[in-house]
Design a protein around this ligand. Structure first.
Ligand code: PMV
Length: 337
């Protein structure tokens, strides 16, 4: 039989939401109940590297995640595969004597090897980078001729937040209105050069896998929180508009105020006896957010502030028993010279 293997390797960074996606209106297609906005990290830092290969010698689709084979039988993988296979186009490499027709793709199998260079499933959007990279690399391999917005809608079916990692810079995931999800796509608001003073610092305090998946966490919130509908309908649309303006104008105080206000758990549980929300102060030089885990994400105004912040954190660590680390994290105008 034929002995060739054709492969593609791609790398995709993760993204950190500053206006969060939290809550699905359709779990199968992964359609959210509100728009969200994120910042995609620099390539090469927190990212997934994925190699995909196709060969007539492969007998079924397989995937290895961080060196361990995992099952591809889940609906999310299957939905992405189906969408991509149906869009595969003819491929020919005369030099190497490889020809794959659109029809061949239906029968050929792929092997996938994927590595995260940061903790997986610890609430740092590893699935965002992972599924975006999987869809992107398979699309390249299968000669799928769709633009990033279409690919984002496919990646969305793998993991919601993944749709935003197809683009760099500042990205909005539009929730869309259609039941089939065709208009639930990511769009780039501004590229990575637009506001390149911003520095993102991720304090990995735990690389333990989170106990609750985002999906069950969201389901729980949607079923039990009286505030989630209010958030989706009344709060987020206004916040999204303001955040788009803040990004367009590179207005850090507004950007930071909105990001800090949007930390979902604080917001939903605020009226239910949980810790009070930490309010952003306009003289702060740093915004903070959390995804679905304990690891803090800090966004500082510029390199100088970031350097100072890191110095402070290092000098103060481990914290004295009476030290509230937050008072350093949030920053203070007087510490800047
Ligand atoms: O896409 P998921 O299922 O990993 O959910 C992501 C949820 C958050 O990271 C907490 C928020 C977001 O918008 O990325």
């Amino acid at each position: 039989g034929e002995k060739w293997v054709l492969s593609v390797t791609a790398q995709t960074p993760t993204n950190i939401a500053v206006i969060k996606y939290w809550g699905k209106r359709d779990e199968e297609l992964i359609l959210p109940i509100n728009d969200s906005i994120s910042v995609t990290l620099d390539p090469g830092h927190l990212c997934t590297t994925t190699s995909v290969a196709v060969s007539p010698a492969f007998t079924h689709d397989r995937i290895w995640l961080n060196g361990k084979e995992v099952s591809l039988s889940g609906g999310r993988f299957q939905n992405c595969f189906r969408e991509l296979r149906s869009r595969a186009t003819d491929f020919e490499d005369e030099n190497r004597g490889i020809k794959i027709t659109k029809k061949d793709w239906e029968k050929l199998h792929v092997h996938i090897v994927s590595y995260n260079n940061f903790p997986t499933a610890a609430g740092l959007a590893s699935s965002a980078a992972g599924l975006a990279c999987l869809v992107f690399s398979l699309a390249k391999l299968m000669n799928v001729k769709e633009d990033h917005s279409k690919l984002s809608a496919i990646a969305r079916q793998g993991s919601g937040s993944a749709c935003r990692s197809l683009y760099g810079g500042f990205v909005k995931w539009i929730m869309g209105k259609e039941d089939n999800g065709s208009d639930s796509i990511a769009v780039q608001l501004a590229d990575e050069k637009h506001w390149d003073d911003l520095v993102i610092i991720i304090a990995v305090v735990s690389s333990k896998q989170k106990e609750t998946s985002s999906t069950s966490g969201m389901r729980d919130t949607v079923e039990t929180s009286a505030l989630i509908k209010h958030r989706a309908k009344e709060v987020v649309p206004k916040r999204i508009k303001e955040m788009e303006e803040a990004i367009a104008k590179r207005d850090f105080p507004s950007f930071a105020r909105l990001a800090c206000a949007d930390i979902h758990r604080h917001e939903f549980l605020r009226n239910q006896g949980s810790p009070p929300r930490l309010d952003y102060k306009d003289n702060s030089q740093v915004a903070y957010t959390f995804d679905a885990g304990p690891n803090a994400v800090l966004i500082s105004k510029d390199r100088k502030t970031a350097a100072l912040l890191l110095q402070r954190l290092l000098f103060q660590f481990p914290p004295q028993s009476d030290t509230d680390l937050n008072s350093y994290v949030i920053g203070d105008k007087t510490i800047l010279k």
